[in-house]
Structures are given as C-alpha cells and as structure tokens.
Design a protein around this ligand. Structure first.
Ligand SMILES: [Zn+2]
Length: 304
C-alpha cells in the first residue's frame, strides 16, 4: 500500500463534497486528487494555426524518435518498469519512443528541494506511457508539467462538508489536474514500481485520471470509439463498481483495491492499475471488466 497518511479519511470526505459524488470510503490509507475545470475559451488564432502546430509537433517528434535511445535510460526502464522486459521488441521500441517524447516535451519540476534527474523522468515516463502504447502516437499531448515531491506533501484547503467553511491541511500522495500538472511523490512511485505483490501503481492511477479528463469530464468514462462501446462500458463499470462495494460491505476479499469504491472516477483509475499490474488475475476474476479495458487501451497485457 502507499505511504500511510493519518487523517486521509477526513481528506477523502472533502473530496466527495468537492466532486458532488456519492463517495463511499473504504480505504483511508490512499489519498489523491483529480481537479476538473471548464476548458478555457478558445481564442481566434486563425484556421491554419492548429494544423501548423500539429505539423511542428510531428516534425519535432520525428527528430526525437530518430535519436538513439540512451543505454542508461533503457537500464532504468528494465530496473524500474518491470513489465518492460515482458514486452516484445516492437512494443519495447514503441515504449522507448514514447518515453523519449514524453521526457523531452514535458516540463519537469522538483518540489521541496527535490532534484529532478534522468531516473525520475524515465521511470515516470515509462509507467505513464505504458497506458498509451495502443494509442498510436498520443503521448498525453495536452499535459505540460510534472511536479515531483520528495515525500508526502501538504496542501491547505477548505472543507464545506459540515455546512460551513473549515480550512485545514490536506495530505497528498498525488494529483492530476485537468489541463494542469500531474503531481507525484517519488518514494511512492518507486515503492509501487518495485513491489510486485501489490496491484497498485500511483503513476498509472494519476495518468488514468488524465485520460478520463481528456473529454473535460472526470466521470470514470474516457473517450470511447462508438455508442455501443459507451453502452457496454457503462453497464460493465456500474455492475463491477456495485459488486466491489458489496464485496467490501460483506467482508469478502477483493482483487481490486478498495479505494476504487470511492466513486466511479476512482474506480476507473483503480481498475487501470489492476489491468496493467495484475492482468491475468483481472481476466480470470473480472472477465468483462478486463475486456472493456482491453478495448479502451488497445492492449492485452494478460496475453493469450
Ligand atoms: Zn484518484
């Protein structure tokens, strides 16, 4: 489990109020945030500007992809992204290219005195880009900034759950902001990367939130390919979410982390962690859930 955070249950209660969702708290030792804002008003920039920017991005990415991938970066992937060695050569090449683009395009900022180095950049990029290996060139294109803390961090926030405003400190392990930064705690990233016994991965979790918010809604339903896929997704996710809540309330063990019972938004992020960290167990015990995620991610990590 991630770093224990006393008081996280209080934090999660704030989350449910902020989001206006029917939150159920079962796992007070996990704590993260996703922030959703209305998309900014677009400014009239001329009809050709988006095409020009896209062309410039493609050209820049071709140059990045043409560079040799540093040997020490590949060593970092092998050491800190354990699934890297399980990928075939084509998938490894796709991941290396995505990592190189991700590292080059994002702005990396160390917080509270943390010095950002290649291990931090490549490890986070390696896990994040696992999510989008099947998305043909998409590398979290709208995301600009990654903030990394050396330890659990504290944010001052307002709590309205009692009907009036209370200001208090909120302890965080990670956040994903709509069209804003992703914030991570480096020791949590490494703990998840090196503990094969657990199904959690904070990088996968926060970047799944980014995918969810791509359509400007943090509702646990990312952008899908067809009305039929939306219908199936809604049916399966709601059924599995209800099953998780029931299992927890009945004291039955669950493969999915109990934090997923918070709401459908967290459920999608938790399911994404499990899909990549424990794919065979998920396929065995949650076959329909595995299948909708396989269709969305265009990946089959459990293999044949
Ligand atoms: Zn979350």
């Amino acid at each position: 489990m991630p770093t224990m955070i006393p008081g996280a249950a209080r934090v999660s209660k704030v989350l449910s109020v902020v989001l206006g969702t029917d939150s159920i708290r079962f796992a007070p030792d996990r704590c993260d945030r996703f922030r959703l804002f209305q998309p900014p008003q677009s400014h009239q920039t001329g009809p050709d500007l988006p095409m020009l920017l896209a062309w410039l991005r493609r050209r820049r990415r071709r140059k990045i992809a043409a560079r040799p991938f540093p040997e020490d970066w590949e060593e970092i992937l092998r050491h800190n992204v354990r699934q890297y060695s399980s990928l075939d050569e084509t998938e490894q090449q796709t991941l290396r290219t995505a990592v190189a683009i991700f590292v080059a395009e994002k702005s990396w900022e160390g917080c509270n005195g943390l010095d950002i180095n290649d291990e931090i950049r490549v490890t986070i990029a390696g896990h994040a880009c696992r999510l989008v290996l099947g998305f043909q060139g998409y590398v979290f294109d709208r995301l600009q900034t990654i903030l990394v803390y050396p330890d659990t961090y504290v944010v001052r926030e307002k709590d309205y759950s009692l009907g009036f405003e209370i200001e208090q400190d909120s302890l965080r392990l990670g956040e994903a902001w709509h069209q804003g930064p992703v914030i991570l705690v480096w020791p949590s990233v490494m703990a998840d990367a090196h503990d094969a016994r657990r199904e959690q991965n904070v990088v996968l979790h926060e970047f799944a939130h980014v995918l969810d918010m791509h359509d400007h809604h943090a509702d646990g339903t990312p952008t899908l390919d067809s009305p039929e896929q939306y219908q199936t997704w809604d049916e399966v996710m709601r059924h599995e979410f209800a099953q998780l809540v029931d299992d927890i309330q009945s004291g039955r063990p669950t493969l999915l982390d109990q934090y997923g019972a918070t709401n459908l938004t967290e459920f999608f992020a938790v399911c994404s962690e499990c899909f990549f960290e424990c794919p065979r167990q998920m396929r065995e015990h949650h076959g329909r859930l595995y299948d909708v995620l396989r269709r969305f991610y265009h990946q089959d990590p459990a293999g044949s």
